[in-house]
Design a protein around this ligand. Structure first.
Ligand code: GLU
Length: 428
């Protein structure tokens, strides 16, 4: 986190699902909501904040344009529909923003675009440049070109990755409920609002999040929002869930967040210590007293514990092509404060087929006295790596000392299986 108290200028990502922008049945645009969002974004910009919108709706708008009731079954048709709709969608945003002389830019991403570190940095630089120019970037998945293997899948995930990419301060996930509840408030009148989640890695006791996709036009449900909140908070981005039909509340919530001293690590810990249920009650009273609208906030990992740029890229930008199994000793060395590189001696097994510098999962297992893997111990995935050797080479050099690599392979490209900067572990 930047020390936002000094400048009071935040980078804010606002994610809108298809059902917030397009009527689920008729697929006609919800122009009133879009206009309210535009007014809010313009206000936030005038207050000195930088704003990025992650907007779904390309496919829904395309369906309406082609007078189709349902999403076609064939991928090529969906991709064609997305191409038709995306143009109209961005045109709509442009028309509304131009009433306020606010410029926008379209950014369409696929996972492929960030698989390469230079390209990842490039996407980062471009979005930052747009923000510095005072432009509002509007991001969507490039549905016209992306196929399953290179898809982010849903825009909740895409918005979390975008927030991490630009090191945003806040990610607002706008949805059809005002906040997270302990159960579905439509069917359970006793469902309690969850207003603060101080540490999502500890879970949400008693919360029913299995509702799945809430609508016909979007792909996200509460589950994808939790995944997004996990990704974003791990990268140091406070994540908020709130209702999409009252976007002006974003400004009120940002103001409220400023009063919480979220940049002061000790203050956050103290404020959110203790019983989680009591905490929700206290927070509800506070919101009522201050007239702050309901919302759920997931507090970001502090500076010491959030993932740095490159670690985030390895863990969430890259797709694993296989796995290496390491022993407990190697795992301890890789995760200590001054983390080491991974040596072949620590590798006990190799799974799948991968090329040099492709990404693999790191699993921890137990080595039996004969050097093989203990088949009775379930393997635990603990992180990811980009290896200097292929799966075939690694199978030959696993368990060896680095000075034996040349003897075994006939060459020694590196004494390490993976360098420090190519290893990443989620915060613990
Ligand atoms: N990218 C999709 C679209 O524009 C939406 C995906 C989502 O809502 O999660 O239609």
């Amino acid at each position: 986190m930047k020390n936002a108290n000094e400048s009071k200028s935040y980078t804010i990502v606002i994610k809108l699902g298809s059902s917030s922008l397009v009527d689920e049945k008729t697929k006609e645009p919800k122009l009133a909501i879009m206009s309210l969002i535009v007014e809010t974004v313009v206000k936030l910009r005038r207050m000195g904040h930088k704003v990025i919108i992650v907007s779904s709706g390309g496919i829904a708008v395309g369906l309406r344009t082609m007078r189709l009731d349902k999403r076609p079954k064939h991928l090529a048709e969906v991709q064609a529909i997305a191409a038709i709709g995306q143009g109209r969608l961005i045109g709509r945003w442009d028309l509304l923003f131009s009433q306020f002389d606010q410029r926008i830019a379209q950014i369409l991403l696929t996972r492929n675009d960030i698989l390469d570190w230079t390209q990842y940095k490039n996407a980062q630089n471009t979005i930052n440049e747009l923000l510095n120019m005072g432009v509002v970037p509007i991001v969507n998945e490039n549905d016209t070109l992306s196929v399953r293997e290179i898809k982010f899948g849903d825009n909740d995930t895409l918005s979390a990755i975008t927030s991490a990419l630009i090191r945003a301060d806040y990610l607002f996930l706008l949805t059809d409920v005002d906040c997270l509840y302990t159960d579905n408030p439509r069917t359970n009148p006793d469902a309690m609002p969850i207003l603060v989640v101080p540490d999502l890695s500890k879970g949400l006791p008693g919360v029913n999040t299995t509702g799945g996709s809430g609508s016909d036009v979007g792909t996200g449900g509460m589950e994808t929002k939790l995944v997004a909140a996990d990704l974003a908070t791990n990268a140091g981005v406070h994540t908020l869930i709130m209702k999409s039909d009252t976007p002006a509340n974003i400004g009120k919530i940002v103001e409220y967040m400023q009063t919480l001293g979220l940049d002061d690590e000790n203050k956050i810990r103290k404020a959110y210590d203790g019983d989680l249920t009591q905490l929700q009650k206290r927070e509800l009273e506070k919101l009522k007293a201050l007239n702050v609208p309901l919302h759920t906030k997931f507090i970001a990992n502090d500076n010491k514990h959030h993932l740095k740029n490159r670690e985030f890229w390895i863990l969430h930008g890259l797709v694993s092509k296989g796995a290496i199994v390491i022993d407990q000793g190697a795992y301890a060395a890789l995760t200590r404060k001054n983390k080491a590189g991974l040596l072949p001696a620590g590798v006990i097994d190799v799974q799948g087929t991968f090329h040099e510098l492709e990404c693999v999962d790191i699993k921890v297992g137990k080595k039996l006295p004969d050097g093989t893997l203990d088949p009775n111990l379930p393997l635990q995935t603990v992180g990811k790596a980009r290896c200097n050797y292929t799966s075939t080479e690694l199978s030959k050099i696993k368990g060896l000392h680095s000075d034996q690599i040349e003897e075994e392979l006939g060459y020694n490209d590196s004494e390490y299986v993976a360098h420090r900067e190519n290893l990443a572990f989620p915060p613990r």
